[in-house]
Design a binder for this molecule. Structure first.
Ligand SMILES: [Zn+2]
Length: 266
C-alpha cells in the first residue's frame, strides 16, 4: 500500500466514525419523534449539552471511560462499537472499492449502506424493532448495487436471486415451524425481510456465511450478557444488530470471498 492510500484509509475511518456518531443520534431520537438536527447532542441522563471536545467519535468515549463528564452516568459500550463499526465499514469499503472510477458507484452505495445499517442497528438496540422505511431504503440500495454488479461487472444475476430465495425461504420456514411447533414467534417479520433483501445484495453463499457468523457471535455474546447481568428478567435476544454486521461485512467482502473460493479452493 502506498502512503496516500494509508492516509485515505485513515481518513475513511474518521469519516465513518463521525457518520456512525450521527447514526446513533438518529437511532436515539427518531423512535421518540424528536428532531434529528436540533438541539446539539446532549446527555440522555442530565440533559446537559455535550461539548465538542467530548463528542469526538471513539476517542471521547475512551478518554471519558464511557461516562458523561458531568453526571457520570454510563454511555453504553454499544455506542463505542457503533462508531468503530462505522469507521471500519467506511475504511473496508474504501480499501475494496475506492480504487477505480468504475468501482466508485459501489463505494458510495456501500457508505450509504453502512450508515443505514448503523441507524437500523441502533433502532433495533433501542426498541427491538426494524422500521419498514429502513427496509425499503435497504431494498433500494441492494437493487442498485446488485444491478450495477450484474450490468457493469457481468455478475450472474441468479447468484443474487438465489440469495434472496434462500434468505426469505430459510428464515420464513423457521418462523412457520416455530409458530406451529413451539407456538411462539421466534423471528420478527423484519428479520425475514432483512435476510431476504440481504441475500439479494450479497448472493447465496455469502449470505449463508453471514447467517452462520451472526448466529454464532450473537449467541456467544447474548449468553455472556445473560450470565453476567444481575437482573433476573428474561432477556429478549435481538439478533438484528448481529445480522446487520454479518450482511454488511459480506456486502463489502462477499465478492472477494467468492472469487477466492472459485479460484483457490476449487
Ligand atoms: Zn450526564
Amino acid at each position: 500500500m502506498e502512503a496516500f492510500e494509508i492516509l485515505f484509509a485513515i481518513f475513511a475511518f474518521i469519516f465513518g466514525a463521525v457518520f456512525a456518531s450521527f447514526a446513533g443520534v438518529v437511532a436515539y431520537r427518531a423512535p421518540k419523534g424528536l428532531s434529528i438536527v436540533k438541539p446539539d447532542s446532549y446527555c440522555p441522563s442530565c440533559k446537559r449539552p455535550i461539548k465538542h471536545v467530548d463528542n469526538i467519535p471513539v476517542l471521547s468515549w475512551l478518554l471519558l471511560g464511557g461516562k458523561c463528564r458531568y453526571c457520570k452516568s454510563k454511555i453504553g459500550v454499544f455506542s463505542l462499537l457503533m462508531e468503530i463499526c462505522g469507521g471500519l465499514g467506511f475504511m473496508f469499503a474504501y480499501l475494496q472499492y475506492g480504487d477505480t472510477y468504475k468501482n466508485l458507484p459501489i463505494f458510495i452505495a456501500l457508505m450509504l449502506l453502512v450508515f443505514l445499517f448503523l441507524v437500523m442497528a441502533g433502532i433495533d438496540h433501542e426498541t427491538h424493532d426494524i422500521y419498514h422505511i429502513t427496509l425499503v431504503l435497504f431494498a433500494v440500495i441492494a437493487i442498485f448495487i446488485t444491478g450495477y454488479r450484474v450490468l457493469v461487472f457481468e455478475s450472474n444475476i441468479w447468484d443474487y436471486v438465489g440469495g434472496a430465495a434462500l434468505g426469505f425461504g430459510f428464515f420464513g420456514a423457521i418462523k412457520l415451524i416455530a409458530k406451529f411447533v413451539l407456538k411462539k414467534d421466534a423471528l420478527g417479520t423484519g428479520d425475514i425481510y432483512l435476510v431476504g433483501i440481504g441475500g439479494f445484495l450479497v448472493g447465496a453463499f455469502p449470505l449463508l456465511l453471514a447467517i452462520m457468523f451472526s448466529t454464532l457471535l450473537g449467541s456467544i455474546i447474548e449468553i455472556i450478557k445473560i450470565r453476567t447481568s444481575k437482573s433476573q428478567r428474561e432477556a429478549e435476544i435481538a439478533f438484528g444488530p448481529y445480522l446487520l454486521l454479518g450482511i454488511g461485512f459480506m456486502a463489502i467482502y462477499g465478492e472477494s470471498i467468492m472469487k477466492f473460493y472459485w479460484e483457490v479452493l476449487l
